[in-house]
Design a protein around this ligand. Sequence first.
Ligand code: ZN
Length: 169
Amino acid sequence: MLWPVSTDRKYREMIRCPKNEFGKPTSWSVKEIPPKISPYKNKRPAGKGFEWRAITAKNGDTIFHVLALANSKRGNYKAFLTLQEPQDRFMIARFETHPSHPGIHYHTWCKSQNIPACPNSIEAPFRIPKPENVSQHRSNVAFSPQSFWLAACNAFNVIFGPADQLRLL
Ligand SMILES: [Zn+2]
């Protein structure tokens, strides 16, 4: 199954829309990553040196998962935004920083692409900011797992706290 999105605008809206936490975040773990909060079909090892943490969050009736993976020794940090559909899950974007590309950036899909459901590997080639603009965005942010978690939740607009309280603000 493919998620039939025909414009990149929709992907951007899914990244930006506010998402209220739906259940509490998991603790950090080095165990296998369960598929229910990941973009992958099957459970996967976290990877050597990686720990992971996840939260499920909702915009209206639309359910998303944010899964962060951190390897602090290598300075390798990535977070997936996954859309939960009744039958399948679709990775909308990956927010990351790693030694092979400088600076923090997203990978997502461009308008000609439909998103494959629960793939074995994820190739989302459209990069924001574009690599040629990277000098403007190069930063020496040194993340810890916790500061990356907060940055990723902020990047995907996850709002912590009960939705009922937010309505009173
Ligand atoms: Zn990258």
